[in-house]
Design a protein around this ligand. Structure first.
Ligand code: AHR
Length: 516
């Protein structure tokens, strides 16, 4: 009797455990698709504005600084950004761009006029970092420059002279002016933003008004055929302003536009942003809700673009994204300096997966902003620099740059909070030119681990290795006293049996696996 009961109980327990584990395992199908797009490396782009300590004190410490530098740019920053494989860098703004007059930032530094940085802290900008500094920096980083032109408070003349200054060979007045200022060869600048946030700081325009202005600027940027091959980006919608995209797509002829932008930030509440580090689970959940909304935003803006551009001649460029919180105590509110925690790693991991999975339409994106501003990848204090959790996610993910997307399909388990639900798991995958496959997985759940089974049939994966980024608390962050609290470590918690890869994702973790 005893034996029968215990055997029965053991069977029941095994059955129950199997059922529960099957129920709790998320099955993910990853397959090859010859028609899948390539993930543009430019999705991994960055943004550096004349804002707070991004340029001054961040990138640029000045040629005479005791901090090791090359032509005034911190060596440690150059090294970290080369490691990150920054594909493009957007400059000089942001809102600043529509106040910027490029001629103030070229020529002998001692003779450059100063101006007021109206949008960001009302501080004096001495123009000591200008176009030569920026474009030379891009060359050192191996990054393509993405210049944002002043449309809001400048003229077509100033803009077209800028293009000539930067891109023309000697023999034309602006190129000769550049040569006089010390640069013989033109730089290679393909990407040009035609204004920034024209619905707001760029001039509070209606989309109809901006569409006309855009047509004017875009016309004078090029010849009839755009033989210089410029890539012109129209200032795009604020978050869910679908009418903005509709009007631009309807009113701008295809021969004048290569990309249309979109800006969307993640936050607790726009008017109640809360601390970057001292946040609770409710604030974390709200932030993730706005971050995950990126998928819906891209889908809906894309639906509008598809209507006017079924052949995908115009790309979607998400040239500002990232987390936005209260500034750190005691810092200038106009400088947007904030710390960076595991919450930011979750924003970065899920958003980059979204961009990868939408790489058919999304061809460029720019995290705001590179150093000391918003969701920065680097923070600096005097001579010290630290790499944030976001830096590590961007670096773990750079394996997807220019790789072919491997489509994924699965039903995510929920991350539940106070009766609300979000998908807990986000995944993207790709195959690079050498046939190496990469899988990036994120579990945003604040307290639950999630078991995953990847069905890799047809991918012929044998050798597998991985990295994980996680920490004890969501609020954990790197500090100047403890700069390596959060950094990727080897991930070993997986089993590969034939074509089935099973693994457990700890709460709030990012995992990237690599196999051949
Ligand atoms: O990234 C900070 C600011 O946010 C940018 O200058 C502006 O374009 C946006 O509103």
């Amino acid at each position: 009797m005893f034996n029968k009961i215990s055997i029965f109980s053991i069977f029941t327990a095994i059955f129950f455990m199997t059922a529960v584990s099957a129920q709790n395992t998320t099955v993910v199908k990853i397959s090859k698709d010859d028609t899948a797009p390539t993930i543009s490396k430019h999705i991994y782009g960055h943004f550096a504005e004349h804002l707070g300590r991004c340029i001054y004190g961040g990138f640029y410490v000045g040629e005479d600084s005791k901090i090791p530098n090359t032509d005034g740019i911190r060596d440690a920053v150059i090294e970290a950004l080369i490691d990150l494989k920054v594909p493009n860098l957007r400059w000089p703004g942001g809102c600043f761009a529509d106040t910027y007059h490029w001629k103030d930032g070229v020529g002998p530094k001692s003779e450059r006029p100063s101006m007021i940085n109206k949008w960001w802290g009302d501080v004096v900008e001495d123009n000591s970092f200008g176009t030569h500094d920026f474009l030379n920096l891009c060359e050192v980083l191996g990054a393509e420059p993405y210049l944002a032109a002043n449309v809001g408070s400048s003229t077509v003349k100033e803009f077209t002279e800028y293009i000539q200054y930067v891109t023309r060979d000697s023999g034309v007045p602006m190129a000769d002016y550049r040569i006089k200022n010390g640069r013989e060869k033109p730089w290679n600048v393909k990407y040009w933003g035609v204004g920034n946030e024209m619905w707001g700081c760029g001039g509070n325009m209606t989309p109809e008004h901006y569409a006309n202005i855009y047509r004017q600027y875009a016309t004078f940027m090029t010849d009839w055929t755009n033989s210089d091959g410029f890539y012109r980006v129209a200032s795009g919608a604020n978050v869910a302003d679908y009418n903005w995209t509709e009007v631009l797509m309807r009113e701008i002829p295809k021969n004048l536009i290569e990309g249309v932008a979109l800006h969307s930030y993640s936050f607790v509440e726009w008017n109640k942003k809360g601390s970057a580090t001292a946040f609770n689970n409710e604030q974390y959940f709200s932030t993730m809700k706005t971050a995950l909304r990126m998928d819906e935003l891209i889908r809906k803006h894309t639906e509008i673009m598809d209507k006017y551009d079924p052949n995908h001649e115009v790309d979607l460029i998400v040239d500002e994204w990232g987390g936005w919180y209260q500034v750190e105590e005691g810092t200038n509110p106009g400088f947007l300096y904030q710390q960076n925690t595991m919450r930011d790693a979750m924003i970065a991991g899920t958003t980059l997966n979204t961009f990868n999975n939408w790489s058919e339409r999304v061809k460029m994106a720019n995290l705001a902003q590179t150093i000391n501003v918003l969701q920065a990848v680097i923070l600096t204090k005097d001579e010290k620099i630290l790499l944030t959790p976001t830096y590590h996610v961007m670096k773990m993910y750079n394996v997807h740059q220019d790789a072919k997307l491997l489509p994924v399909s699965f039903d995510s388990p929920n991350y539940e909070f106070n009766g609300e639900k979000l998908p807990a798991i986000s995944i993207s995958a790709s195959e690079d030119k050498n046939g190496t496959k990469h899988f990036s997985l994120v579990n945003i759940d604040a307290s639950k681990e999630n078991k995953i089974e990847l069905d890799l049939e047809g991918l012929n994966i044998n050798n597998l290795k991985g990295q994980i980024l996680t920490s004890n608390k969501l609020q954990d962050h790197n500090t100047f006293d403890n700069p390596e609290l959060i950094k990727p470590i080897k991930f070993k918690d997986f089993k590969l049996k034939r074509d089935k890869l099973t693994l457990t994702l700890p709460p709030f973790s990012v995992v990237v696996l690599e196999g051949k």
